[in-house]
Ligand binder design. Structure first.
Ligand SMILES: [Zn+2]
Length: 485
């Protein structure tokens, strides 16, 4: 509650105002981020992190980012366009969310709209990428970074043209237009690093296949051009050049991609000297590891798999190795960089109610964050780099065992119970319970550290009875935009 200020508080306030006037421009300068790294664990709620932490360390609160100084919940709710053409926000009600077990199963967003919100600061229709609900193009944080002559990159453990990486580079009304999305990313955007799956000639087990699929990389002509390191592309393979690659560094000359695919090539580019501009497509179709063969079940009871019990493909890099490649390329730009790293398959494992692979995917994501934290502390500093770790929406409505509606008659007390995951000790699958085969409107966590991270404090939208103060996913964009300017 606001009260009267004591004399010392008044003095402190006057001093702060005086100081800020005196050193205003210097102060603002110091708050400008040279580099921003945004981590998105797709589909990750609080319990996905806890599941990985219990498995990895035997307890919760153990991840490096859980020691970051800035921590909030994030609302991710959807918007839609009504019959009058108005954009309607569905919101998040913290009281209903913890009163009615079913509340969060409505009004949830998708990865495309969520990525757009975090990149541009505008919530859009489900499925849209970088356009508003009226299909007007929005400006991405990567476009701001490019205008500031910074390098930009996206890294994902799923297809490079999937919703989350696309939501930071592309303007397209539908996330399903893979060919057009991939062409915009590869040929039109001035992006410097694109690392993600979607290899035309390999299946989900990393085996070469005759079931060739070019759509995730923009079609056969684009693939051919990438393999040749071409400047000019014959996109539709009719023998006539259609377009050139973009000018990534702003010197007026088109910059061809250095193309890599073998794990050894990723490993080589983890250390200097890196190429100027790199696109890496690991030799696998849809995910690095999540969609490999193995037992799968629709509930933790049916799932006989435990984390890492089904061997990984040895031929593809990890998300952490891909993150190292991206850092090695991007940190050569003296003006700084923007990097988005997506743990894309946490969501896929959640849709499948696959507890073991949820943990595997979240662990690779966690290691990628650790790599960037180490890079900041050795090669940069928290005074020039901002690191944000969050998700895009919760997937699977993951809880501990025994959760659910208790009594629909609210006069008799609480109507639902949410139990914590059951800790079976380090290296053992925790007790996990899935309630929803799709996304939810639950709050998700956000952790931030470094220059500009304190900007989240002024973005608080409300106070959740369980998660505490929360911001909105559009505030991720707001903080990044303000921190880059
Ligand atoms: Zn998602």
């Amino acid at each position: 509650m606001r009260g009267f200020l004591s004399p010392s508080q008044r003095y402190a306030g006057t001093l702060a105002i005086t100081l800020s006037v005196l050193i205003g421009s210097t102060f603002l300068k110091a708050e400008t981020a040279k580099n921003i790294v945004l981590f998105i664990s797709d589909g990750c709620g609080y319990n996905h992190i806890d599941a990985a932490s219990i498995y990895q360390y035997g307890g919760t609160g153990t991840q490096v980012y859980e020691r970051f100084p800035v921590q909030y919940g994030v609302s991710t709710y959807m918007v839609y366009v009504d019959s009058l053409g108005n954009t309607v926000e569905r919101g998040y009600d913290p009281v209903k969310a913890w009163d009615d077990f079913g509340y969060v199963t409505g009004y949830y967003t998708c990865s495309a709209a969520a990525a757009t919100a975090m990149s541009t600061g505008i919530k859009t229709s489900v499925g849209a990428l970088g356009v508003d609900p009226k299909r007007q193009p929005l400006r991405h944080i990567a476009e701001l970074a490019e205008d500031l002559e910074k390098a930009t990159g996206v890294v994902t453990s799923v297809q490079l043209s999937h919703a989350t990486p696309a939501g930071f580079l592309v303007h397209n009304v539908s996330r399903h237009n893979y060919i057009g999305i991939a062409r915009e990313m590869i040929l039109s955007s001035p992006c410097d690093v694109i690392l993600g799956c979607g290899h035309p000639f390999f299946d989900d087990d990393g085996r070469s296949t005759t079931d060739v699929e070019y759509k995730y990389v923009g079609g056969k002509g684009v693939w051919r051009g990438l393999r040749e390191g071409a400047v000019e592309f014959d996109v539709d393979c009719d023998g006539i050049v259609d377009t050139q690659v973009s000018d990534a560094d702003g010197d007026g000359v088109a910059d061809p991609w250095t193309f890599i695919q073998a794990r050894s090539e990723f490993e080589a580019f983890m250390v200097d000297p890196p190429p100027k501009r790199v696109i890496g497509v690991p030799q696998v179709r849809s995910t690095l590891q999540c969609n490999r063969s193995g037992p799968k079940g629709k509930s933790d009871v049916e799932t006989v798999e435990t984390p890492f019990s089904t061997p990984f493909h040895a031929t593809v890099p990890t998300l952490e190795e891909m993150t190292r490649v991206a850092l090695n390329v991007l940190d050569n730009d003296q003006d700084g960089f923007f990097l988005m790293v997506e743990g894309g398959a946490v969501d896929w494992a959640g849709h499948d109610w696959n507890s073991a692979r949820t943990i595997e995917e979240q662990i690779d994501f966690n290691r990628s964050v650790e790599t960037v934290v180490l890079w900041v502390e050795v090669n940069s500093s928290w005074d020039e780099t901002l690191v944000i770790v969050t998700g895009d929406h919760e997937t699977g409505y993951l809880t501990g065992p025994g959760s659910g509606p208790v009594n629909n008659n609210r006069r008799n007390g609480t109507s639902a119970v949410w139990n914590s995951l059951y800790n079976n000790g380090r290296g053992n699958l925790p007790g996990m319970e899935w309630h929803r085969e799709s996304h939810t409107n639950s709050l998700i966590p956000l952790y931030a550290k470094g220059v500009g991270s304190e900007r989240f404090h002024k973005c608080v939208k409300g106070n959740d009875p369980v998660r505490g103060p929360y911001v909105d996913n559009t505030d991720v964009a707001r903080v990044m935009w303000e921190s880059f300017k």
